[in-house]
Design a protein around this ligand. Structure first.
Ligand code: FAD
Length: 295
């Protein structure tokens, strides 16, 4: 594997490089845990890797609170995500997705931006961020910024809305409606083994209740069962205004079917499409059954 490497030291240097490489062949590398695998499988000639891992920028490499939002720099590594107090308190679904990603060694270098931009249908952080309806801030080679919802970002298998000469700068999650006291939020990952394994099926849920267990807002997304991670709009609508301690069995089935109807899995090395659908149905039901049992 042969390529040239550019190592910008700041976001401004990155922007300058993107401008310089506008009409040339390049790839951005952050932790490079996905990129190296991809280039090993499909080597490219005359390629430059713009390695952004050395960029020294507080906002790009960390998690901050700003205007009642949590802002996560795209270069933040996965360890920081599972240990950050704001994430742990307000967004358990994201903490659990991060905690279960690969292994401790990989979590030290793998970044949230890399997980989002590699656009794998089994991307664990993507799944949690969709349930949280996160917004992505993108910057281009001229320094122009734009914002796009993660719900609109994925266009097909490993295809995103990111244009050439743009990079992902940060991820914002709204804190306005979050009340950790009445929240039901988590991440279920089914794999062929406990660690170092991509999801066979995953489900992220972030449900805000009032003090009487009535659902005020809901975010549900699943991974590894369609060409992209999918947000289950109808399952979210189904829950609104329902008391989740009083759901009957037929309603729980209906809820799981609302998720399943978005699934279009394939057979691959890890599991068959049939198995993935069964598992997705069962884990969808289980989140409501578990809640009733424990409350
Ligand atoms: C053994 C192993 C186990 C794994 N297990 C899991 C798992 O359990 N769950 C899971 O979800 N993933 C898993 N992965 C995949 C990978 O580790 C994650 O997707 C990781 O978050 C990628 O981050 P990175 O910084 O290494 O990305 P990189 O490899 O550096 O980049 C990935 C892609 O994103 C682009 N990119 C990176 N940053 C930016 C940016 N700021 N702007 C624009 N484009 C950008 C790159 O150009 C590249 O196309 C695993 C990988 C390995 C090797």
């Amino acid at each position: 594997m042969n390529f040239n490497i550019e190592i910008p030291a700041s976001k401004n240097e990155l922007i300058e490089l993107l401008s310089e490489y506008k009409n040339k062949k390049y790839r951005i590398g952050a932790g490079c845990t996905d990129l190296i695998m991809e280039l090993r499988k499909k080597p490219e000639d005359d390629l430059t890797v713009i390695n952004i891992s050395q960029i020294n920028d507080e906002d790009f490499n960390n998690i901050k609170l700003s205007n009642n939002k949590i802002v996560i720099g795209a270069n933040t590594n996965v360890v920081k995500i599972c240990t950050n107090n704001e994430v742990v308190t307000n967004f358990p679904t994201l903490k659990e997705a991060a905690q279960n990603l690969a292994s401790n060694q990989i979590r030290q270098v793998a970044t949230i931006g890399g997980n989002i931009c590699t656009a794998s249908p089994s991307g664990d952080l993507i799944c949690a961020l969709m349930a949280l309806k996160a917004n992505l801030e993108i910057i281009d080679f001229a320094g122009n910024k734009r914002s796009v919802s993660i719900l609109e970002f994925y266009k097909g298998v490993r295809i995103t809305d990111l244009k050439k000469s743009e990079f992902l700068s940060s991820i914002e999650i709204d804190l306005n409606k979050v009340n950790p006291k009445n929240m039901y939020s988590g991440f279920i990952k089914i794999g062929t083994r406990k660690s170092m394994e991509c999801s066979v099926v995953s489900l992220a849920y972030h449900i805000q209740l009032n003090e009487n267990y009535k659902v005020i807002s809901a975010g549900l997304a699943f991974g590894a069962s369609a060409p992209t991670v999918i947000f289950a709009y109808d399952a979210c609508d189904f829950l609104i205004n329902k008391n989740i301690t009083e759901l009957k069995n037929n309603e729980i089935d209906e809820f799981a079917n609302h998720i399943l109807k978005y699934a279009s899995p394939i057979d691959d090395l890890r599991a068959t499409a049939w198995y993935r659908k069964q598992v997705l149905f069962n884990i969808s039901k289980s989140i409501l059954e578990e809640f009733s049992k424990t409350n």
